[in-house]
Design a protein around this ligand. Structure first.
Ligand SMILES: [Zn+2]
Length: 94
């Protein structure tokens, strides 16, 4: 039996469903992803989840603003990405 996501209306099976404390279901794939992983979906109701997601969407710019270190432009990012590529990439093409 299929559930329906209370937020986006998508048909979801049991494994795709995040059930909320008030009995509503949301899809893990889209709507749950919008919120933070640490958000307590199991004990939240639909209203709380919607508010949380709205807050996340609205707050994204603020998060970027606060967590991207000020005064350290792209040079640092590029160097860390280069070193990360060495660590993470399984293929050694060169
Ligand atoms: Zn959804």
């Amino acid at each position: 039996m299929a559930n329906k996501c209370a937020i986006c209306g998508a048909e979801i099976n049991l494994f795709q469903t995040q059930k909320l404390a008030d009995g509503n279901c949301i899809c893990r794939k889209t709507c749950r992803k919008k919120g933070f992983k640490v958000y307590d979906y199991v004990h939240a109701n639909l209203y709380g989840v919607q508010a949380h997601i709205a807050q996340v969407e609205r707050g994204t710019k603020l998060w970027d603003h606060y967590f991207v270190p000020a005064g350290r432009p792209r040079t640092r990012r590029r160097s860390s990405r280069d070193s990360a590529r060495h660590c993470l990439s399984p293929r050694t093409s060169d």
